[in-house]
Ligand binder design. Structure first.
Ligand code: GDP
Ligand code: ZN
Length: 452
């Protein structure tokens, strides 16, 4: 089978690329490519050739074309890439030439899936490709680049090799236990397993931070109407994205903006002011504000320091006091009746006095966020996991290996331990894809775009 797809974004662009992969890729392309040099001449392998795509005697576009012969291509199969003008219509016409000549339209992620099946990359590297494409901050992009270049793969493979070795010892002992074979050194086995376990747990614990780096910190700004929520967002973004007015209830829906703090991005949601209201539309906004608050990694709660707390403020405090909150006592320029120490009772170490009119307190907010989320900044070469799939499998592997250690230690019998060690081995293999079934692969590659 030969598959074909447009691999570039569909909007008008300088260039666009149509890709083909499979046994017939080169012959199909030759059917439409006309140039001084021929694509099917092996001497032109991996050379950009100038020419035209011609269909039924009509020039479709002026292009550059390149052939890659198996196994030296992205997918490991024969491939052709056609660089054409980035016109959606033009690219679709070129694609249709190949489809009408017998190529199959590629499914999501199919090129990468073939590459995976041909051993060009492991599953973590394949997943890193889609993460890199979707990265929204420099640190997220860097993180996926590390995974893309096999850092996580090698780490997991390292665990697998050592676990396999352990398994071999266990199996040997079980198979020959009745005969005159040297018994397994149980304490050495435990030491080895515990060492691997400690490293696996350390890797697992990088998930929280890794995920924050990849996805950004979901931040919700909450507070009564008119306390300065939209002003805060605008100050952080240094632009007028949120509408600031002095009519309470202006921000009726959730407004999302992205803001980068030392490479990590904050996905900030400016929510509707929370208050009792008869207005149905405003009520919907308030419900969304509540939902945004529930899902947030970080809440910025604002209070008008120039007025005493009201019932609505107390309700907000009640709802958020167990979450990660930075409390801002705003409008300090109007004089403060709210006591910072009293608020510290609800939000220890996280109360900041601000005045957006005077630009006061914003740096302190940034500092606090940095100290919470960027503290203990990881080494450039430390390997982090950020995918929930990896984290769950790693946790299962840790659990199985822990059980194995328990069993070996308690002397219950090594055959049960063997089952657990084997399970840990398989779970790790599911991360890298060695032992992943079709279902797992379909799930991973369905998140890709067409043409990748
Ligand atoms: P929101 O409803 O909570 O989003 O509040 P806004 O950001 O729309 O601000 C409401 C009003 O308060 C606007 O007129 C702002 O200019 C004003 N405001 C915001 N921050 C301050 C501040 O620190 N001091 C004073 N005096 N006014 C502020
Ligand atoms: Zn607002």
């Amino acid at each position: 089978m030969t598959i074909a797809a447009i691999s570039t974004a569909k909007s008008p662009a300088g260039i666009g690329i149509v890709r083909l992969s499979g046994e017939e890729a080169i012959s199909l392309a030759c059917g439409f490519f006309q140039g001084k040099q021929s694509l099917d001449d092996p001497a032109n392998d991996r050379k950009l050739l100038y020419g035209h795509i011609v269909s039924e005697g009509e020039v479709v576009d002026e292009v550059l074309a390149v052939a890659f012969r198996a196994p030296f291509s992205y997918t490991g199969e024969d491939m052709v890439e056609i660089q054409a003008h980035g016109s959606r219509i033009g690219l679709e016409r070129i694609l249709n030439c190949f489809i009408s000549a017998g190529a199959e339209p590629a499914k999501r992620g199919e090129f990468t899936k073939i590459a995976f099946l041909n051993g060009k990359l492991d599953l973590t590297e394949a997943e890193a490709i889609i993460d890199m494409i979707e990265a929204e901050s420099v640190s997220a992009q860097k993180q996926s680049a590390r995974q893309l270049t096999g850092h996580l793969y090698r780490k997991i493979e390292g665990f697998r090799t050592r676990i396999k070795d352990t398994l071999a010892h266990l199996v040997a002992d079980i198979d020959f236990s009745t005969e005159e074979v040297e018994p397994v050194d149980v304490s050495a086995l435990i030491t080895t397993c515990e060492a691997i376990l400690a490293e696996m747990k350390a890797l697992e614990s990088t998930f929280t931070r890794g995920k924050l780096v990849q996805e950004g910190i979901a931040t919700a700004i909450v507070g009564k109407p008119n306390v300065g929520k939209s002003s805060f967002l605008n100050k952080m973004l240094r632009e007028d994205k949120a509408i600031v007015t002095d009519i309470p209830g202006t921000t009726r829906d959730v407004l999302e903006a992205s803001y980068s703090l030392d490479g990590i991005h904050l996905r900030i949601q400016d929510t509707a002011g929370i208050r009792k209201t008869e207005d149905t539309i405003e009520q919907i906004g308030i419900e969304r504000a509540m939902a945004s608050m529930e899902e947030a990694d970080l809440i910025i709660a604002l209070f008008d320091a120039s007025r005493p707390l009201e019932e609505e403020d107390m309700e907000i405090i009640e709802r958020i006091k167990d979450k990660r909150v930075i409390c801002l006592l705003n409008k300090q320029d109007l004089g403060s009746v709210l006591n910072k120490e009293a608020m510290e009772a609800y939000f220890p170490g996280a109360v900041i006095e601000t005045s957006f009119i005077r630009d006061e307190g914003l740096a302190a907010v940034e500092d606090l966020i940095e100290s919470w989320f960027l503290s203990g900044t990881i080494e450039e070469d430390e390997i982090q996991i950020y995918s929930l799939r990896h984290k769950l499998l790693l946790a299962e592997a840790v659990e199985s290996l822990s059980k194995a250690v328990e069993d070996i230690r308690s002397g219950i019998g090594l055959d049960l331990a063997e089952v657990y060690v084997e399970d840990a081995f398989l779970k790790l293999g599911e991360i890298t894809g060695q032992t992943a079934g079709e279902e797992v692969l379909d799930h991973v590659f369905s998140k890709f775009c067409i043409g990748k």
